[in-house]
Design a binder for this molecule. Structure first.
Ligand code: ADP
Ligand code: MG
Length: 343
């Protein structure tokens, strides 16, 4: 199975679900899901009389770096269940019939492990590689056959009552074959963190540095609090004026108002359109810089975040991009902070 991905035993997994900040509703659903897998026999015997299919399948979708893989591995650790993370594009072959054979092989192996170990997780990362135009299968008929074969193996797992959870993840939900989409019981959407969550994520990484005895200037925390209060006040005033709670991702209102009033760009605003993973990368860059200065200052941290840039630039989120550009153009003329790169 190593040919297609990696198997992790719970003791090998470093992540904890607490490392992924926020996402509370999704965590509740995932918790129920993994509890059902853990008590699979009880769960299926209860379902038996209802004629309902156990179907322990979840599709996680949304931009890269938003915690899909980490959170799943975190749950595997929490519930002490081994997990195989399959790089789905490695199953896909341009040779006629090969993709189908590989899909069956992986699922058969996983089913065998699941029977032996009483529970197992099969995680298809980038599942859109099966049956999307992005896949490197060139013949349309072959794409369809691969999708059908995938659906058949999922059905078989459910029918045979194998304690195997099948989880799919994709950053390209629009390209995922709709038949695959429908076959999953749960669909959990991951998204770029909003300003509230970004503050928490930034703080959590800074605290990790502090816990590792790396010097962190405490004024970073104060400045974050201050910026957060400012954003909150603008957000509240706007909501009151408009009569609904505004989201920073829906339009430019929040950041335009903020720029008008505060004429600066702090960390929370800078990281608009950043994923949790981008913030992690920025923290790592900051750490490298801090080695020389022995203390991580606000400016150093800010410059590191600026340097790594946000994922929204690379994925098809024109809404975030155009809003960000407008805000940037506005603030570039007014503020004294270093100008962000052109996007
Ligand atoms: N909500 C979050 N809180 C804290 N860290 C996050 C969050 N989302 C993503 N990350 C960071 O980004 C890393 C990569 O996330 P990952 O699970 O690989 O994303 P995905 O599978 O969605 O592409 C995680 O290990 C974590 O360090
Ligand atoms: Mg992933």
């Amino acid at each position: 199975m190593g040919k297609f991905g990696a198997i992790y035993f719970p003791s090998d997994i470093k992540e904890s679900i607490d490392d992924i900040i926020g996402n509370e509703t999704k965590k509740e659903i995932l918790d129920d899901f993994f509890k059902a897998l853990k008590k699979y026999d009880e769960f299926t015997s209860q379902l038996k009389d209802t004629n309902l299919n156990p179907n322990l399948t979840i599709l996680l979708y949304g931009p890269p770096g938003t915690g899909k893989t980490s959170l799943t591995r975190g749950y595997a650790k929490k519930y002490n269940i081994p997990i195989c993370v399959v790089e789905t594009d490695r199953l896909v072959s341009p040779l006629l019939g090969d993709t189908i054979k590989q899909i069956r092989r992986v699922v058969d192996l996983a089913a065998e492990i699941a029977r032996e170990r009483k529970s197992f997780i099969l995680f298809f990362d980038e599942i859109d590689a099966i049956g999307s135009e992005r896949s490197n299968i060139h013949e349309v008929g072959e794409i369809k056959r691969a999708v059908i074969s995938f659906l058949q193996v999922i059905d078989r797992i459910n029918y045979e009552g194998i304690p195997l959870a099948i989880i799919g993840a994709t950053n390209h939900q629009n390209q995922l074959d709709s038949a695959i989409w429908r076959r999953f019981t749960f669909h959990l959407r991951f998204d770029f963190p909003d300003y509230r969550l970004r503050k928490k994520i930034i703080e959590s990484f800074l605290k990790k540095l502090k816990n590792a005895n790396i010097g962190v200037d405490n004024s970073i925390f104060n400045k974050l609090d201050e910026e957060y209060e400012e954003i909150q006040s603008i957000s509240k005033a706007l909501s009151k004026k408009l009569g609904y709670v505004i989201s920073e991702f829906e339009n430019n209102l929040l950041w335009n108002e903020y720029s008008k009033k505060f004429k600066k760009e702090g960390l929370i605003k800078l990281t608009y359109g950043y994923s949790g993973s981008d913030i992690e990368r920025g923290t790592r860059v900051a750490l490298l810089k801090a080695i020389n200065t022995s203390i991580l200052t606000y400016d150093l941290f800010y410059d590191s975040m600026l340097l790594v840039g946000g994922t929204a630039i690379h994925v098809e989120r024109q809404d975030i991009l155009s809003a960000k550009k407008e805000v940037r153009n506005f603030s570039a003329t007014k503020n004294t902070q270093p100008s962000p790169p052109e996007i």
